[in-house]
Design a protein around this ligand. Sequence first.
Ligand SMILES: [Zn+2]
Ligand SMILES: [Zn+2]
Length: 424
Amino acid sequence: MANPVKAVILRGRKTVENVVEESRKKAEKVVEGGLNTVETVVEAGLNTVETVVVEGRKKVESAVSLGRKTVEHALLRDRGTMQAAVLHGREDIRIEHVPVPEAGPGELIVSVGAALTCGTDLKVFRRGYHARMIVPPALFGHELAGTVVEAGAGVADFAAGDRVVALNSAPCGLCYFCARGQENLCDDLLFNNGAYAEFIRIPARIVAKNTLHIPGHVPLEHAALTEPLACAVHGFEDSHPYPGDTVAVIGGGPLGLMILHVAALAGCKVIAIVKHDGQVEAARQLGAAHVVQTTSIRNAIRETRALTEKNRGVDIAIEAVGVPEAWEEAVEMVRKGGTVNFFGGCALGTHVSLDTNRIHYSDITLRATFHHTPAICRKALDLIASGRFQAGAFITGHAHLYELNRVFEKLMKRGSEIKTAIVP
Ligand SMILES: [Zn+2]
Ligand SMILES: [Zn+2]
C-alpha cells in the first residue's frame, strides 16, 4: 500500500518543482525587465544630466562674458574722467580732467594707443586756432590709432578690442564736390579732434567712412601716420608725376619729408630743399637724390635749376612750407610745361606775387592740393602695411601726455625731431 502514497508524494513534488521553476522564470523575467528598465532610465538620466551640464556651462560662460563686459564698461564709465589736452589759445595747452566720452549710435570710443604730433598742430599751437579744423577751447590732436573699447548701437564693422586708425575727418557724400569725387573739398567736411587724450570719441560719419582696421603686423604708432601720409600721397599724385621725373620738394618738415619719400618710392629723382641740419640727414635717408640746404647757399632757385640738365628746371615743384616766399620760389624752379603744387597752407590773409609772363608763356600748371579723400586714406595705410614706406623713420620720439607743452616748445625750435608719439 506504500506505492500509491509514494505516487502522490512524487506527483506533489513535481507540482512543487513546476511551481518553483515557473516562479523562478517569472522572477528572472521581472529582474531582467527591471534591469533593462533601470539601464534605460539610468542612460536617459545620464543624457539628461549631460544636457543640463552642457547647457548650464553655456549659461555660466555667457553670464561670465556678459559680466566681464558689464564690468569693463562699468570700469570705463565709473572712472568718469580722463586726462586730455585742451587747447585754450596761443601756446596754451592744458592737461585737464574731462568726462570720458560715451558712444552714441554709430559711434566708437577708442582707447588712444599713439597720437602723433603734426605740423598742423604746431601751427595751431603757435596761432591758437585753425580756420577749418579747430576753435578753442577744444580737445586737440588728430593723428591717432588705438583700440576700440566701446561700439555704439548699429556699428557692425567694429567691436571692442579691434585695432583701428580713425581719420581726422569724413566727407558728407551728398554735396556737389563729394559727387565729383573731390571729397577733400566737401562743403560739410566733418573734423574730429581730441587725439591727445586717453580716449577719443569717433563720430558716426568717420566710423562709417574713414575708420580702418589695422593689419596685425603694423604697430599702432605706424598706423597713426595714415592721415599725414594720405595728404602727402594726395599732393604727390595730384601733381601728375611720371616715373623718372625730377621733383623738387621745398620744406623739410614732416610732410615735406613724407612727400619726398613717396616721390622717391615712385621712382622720381628728388631734390629736397631744406633748412636745418637734421632735415638734411632725414631727406637723404628717405631717398632724396640731392639735398639743397637753404642756410648754406645764396639762391635756392639757381642751385635747384643747376641740378637739372641745361638748368632747365624741375618737372614738378612741391611747396611744403606754407610761406609766400616758398610759393614764389616754387614757380621759379619748374621747367617749361612743369607743374607747381602749393601744398603748404599759409596764414589767413596771405598773398603772393607771381610773374604772370612766366606762368603763361612757360605754360606752367599751378595746383594747390588740400587734405585727403577716403580712397587716398586706404592707399596710405596700404603703403604703410607694405613695409616699403619707412614709417619708423618719421617717429623720432615718444612722450607722455603730460609732456605735450614741452614737446611743442621743442618742435617750435626745429631740431631733428620729425614726429613725437604721444602715449597717454
Ligand atoms: Zn596732421
Ligand atoms: Zn560733401
